[in-house]
Design a protein around this ligand. Structure first.
Ligand SMILES: O=C(CO)COP(=O)(O)O
Ligand SMILES: [Zn+2]
Length: 212
């Protein structure tokens, strides 16, 4: 696949997320790993709805701009995740409504914000640890993300939103969609209580269908 195709992919997935309400205004950022080892990211303050493939920010693994517009203020957080997850090829950070609502709950379990309520959540994400609130763009977020990324492909930033990875941009977007749906189900079910999968159920899924 050529770099032009990677650029087109990023623009296409971003627009799809924008059109389905996963991102509004200039919120969120997306990146992918290019075959040359550099990272292609959304420029700071850009909208997922109207990205220009030629203006995307190309940065080195240490964050120096190679070409394009100034990168997202969260690029250090993305780089921290790529460093800890060598098989990761794409990352999505969103302010999607259900996950952001979840990130604001007073009684969040910081070890795992979402219980195992459905098989696809277990297969694609499994656990969702939480980083305490830190202002957007702070390099301190990257320190927490670096610490948690080895074990987790998705992390929730308190009072902010999720950062979700995958082996490529397509898988990262699929993981994001699954996670957002799971957060929505969690809120729908919360007044009624919910039955979660057992450890045996989880082990079976992880043995047969681990997509993380
Ligand atoms: O979501 C965001 C900050 O957390 C958006 O920031 P950028 O526009 O710099 O990517
Ligand atoms: Zn953000």
């Amino acid at each position: 696949m050529s770099e032009v195709q990677y650029r087109q992919d990023l623009v296409r997935y971003a627009r799809s997320l924008f059109e389905r309400g996963y991102s509004s205004g200039g919120a969120g950022n997306i990146s992918l790993k290019l075959p040359d080892g550099h990272i292609l990211a959304t420029p700071t303050n850009s909208s997922f709805g109207d990205l220009d493939a030629d203006e995307l920010s190309k940065v080195t693994m240490t964050g120096e701009l190679v070409s394009g517009h100034k990168a997202s203020k969260e690029v250090l957080m993305h780089l921290a995740m790529y460093r800890q997850r060598p098989a990761c090829g794409g990352i999505v950070h969103l302010h999607s409504p259900w996950l952001t609502a979840l990130s604001c709950l007073p009684d969040l379990d910081y070890e795992n914000a979402l219980p195992a309520i459905t098989p696809y959540y277990v297969m694609r994400v499994g656990k969702l640890p939480v980083v305490p609130y830190i202002r957007p763009g702070s390099p301190e977020i990257a320190v927490h993300v670096e610490r948690l990324s080895k074990e987790h492909n998705s992390i929730l930033l308190a009072n902010h939103g999720p950062i979700i990875s995958g082996k490529n941009i397509r898988e990262a977007v699929f993981n994001a969609e699954e996670l957002e749906e799971t957060a929505k189900l969690y809120f729908v079910l919360k007044p009624y209580g919910m039955k979660t999968l057992t450890n045996e159920n989880i082990d079976e899924l992880n043995t047969l269908f681990n997509m993380k």
